[in-house]
Design a protein around this ligand. Structure first.
Ligand SMILES: O=C(O)CCC(=O)C(=O)O
Ligand SMILES: [Fe+2]
Length: 320
């Protein structure tokens, strides 16, 4: 384990779910302070089935091995890639022009026909070539969604506001499970490209199941890049821009990136599974009253989560 991993706070969600009052209070404190000071925490006790993660990775591998022309049939540009397949090099970090060295697939929330958010979110698409893909990714989506909601409740306790304050924002939220493939650099490369150039996530919180190879790095609040080695069974949690907005930047969004492997490892492939927990599209992102003080006046004008998402998708090159 690197010195970094030792410094990232480790929390155990089972302490919050079913621990003693002392364990719950310690969870709330370590999680909240971890996000505030560090931007990342590692989590165990989340209850997410390791076998399900393995089965999903097996499907993801099969999916990305399909020929490009088959995968491209599942691209949904009218949804700005928020469902289905987005090709290699299509997304770039805000303020960058060179595309990231990755392709990915988004699985979103399944909503019943006629649901008021369906026209805003769009429907999932499923690859018929990988028959178990839907079952596995939806099961993982549900488990991560449940864990994220619980973490948002803990965060509300950290701010001493009613427990559903943040989790209600995410009810029927536009969350997405992103399945990412970073091909070997030897196979695909764009000059000046990075696997994932430095960025902040758009959403409230992100839960990252451990990636299949190293490369993830976070920028500490002191401006130091630190590698994050997710160990098997751990989930890394980071804060996004929307959380930063509703907490009036008391919890800033965490800058992170995925660096390219060294030239001796140019044949290394990497897969990862981030779950982006989003509010519902009509949720207004504005600072909680307790976060707006004379010392910390409102830092952003209110905006709906849907409008903010579209603004960022435009900046990322996904929405034309
Ligand atoms: O691949 C990873 O580990 C992180 C990916 C990421 O930061 C993102 O897609 O926003
Ligand atoms: Fe990210």
């Amino acid at each position: 384990m690197s010195s970094t991993s030792r410094r990232i706070p480790l929390i155990d969600l089972s302490h919050y779910r079913s621990g003693t009052p002392t364990e719950r209070a310690r969870f709330v404190h370590t999680f909240g302070e971890g996000l505030r000071e560090f931007g990342f925490v590692s989590m165990v006790g989340h209850g997410i089935d390791d076998g399900l993660i393995r089965r999903t990775y097996a499907d993801v591998e099969k999916l990305f091995q399909l020929p490009d022309d088959v995968k491209t049939r599942y691209a949904v540009p009218e949804l700005a890639g928020q469902r289905g397949y987005t090709g290699f090099g299509k997304e770039h970090a805000k303020d960058r022009k060179v595309g990231d060295l990755k392709e990915f697939w988004h699985v979103g929330r399944e909503l019943p026909a006629g649901h008021r958010y369906l026209p805003h979110y769009g429907a999932n698409v499923w690859p018929s070539e990988v028959p178990t893909f839907r079952e596995h990714t939806m099961a993982l989506f549900r488990e991560l969604d449940g864990a994220a909601k619980m973490m948002l409740q803990a965060l509300a306790e950290f701010f001493d506001v009613p427990r559903p304050t943040f989790s209600d924002m995410a009810t029927d939220g536009n969350s997405v499970l992103r399945l990412i493939h970073y091909p070997p650099l030897r196979e695909r490369f764009i000059p000046g490209g990075v696997r994932a150039a430095e960025h902040e996530d758009i959403n409230l919180i992100t839960l990252l199941c451990e990636g299949t190879a190293s490369g993830l790095e976070l920028l500490t609040r002191d401006g130091e890049w630190l590698p994050v080695d997710t160990l098997r069974g751990q989930i890394v949690v980071d804060s996004g821009d929307m959380l930063s907005r509703v907490t009036n930047e008391i919890i800033p969004a965490t800058t992170h990136r995925v660096v390219n492997p060294r030239s001796s490892e140019e044949d290394t492939v990497r897969y990862s599974l981030p779950f982006f927990c989003h509010p519902s599209s009509d949720c207004v992102l504005k600072p909680l009253p307790c976060t707006e003080t004379p010392d910390n006046p409102a830092r952003h004008a209110p905006i709906t989560a849907g409008d903010f998402l579209h603004q960022r998708l435009r900046e990322n090159g996904l929405l034309k």
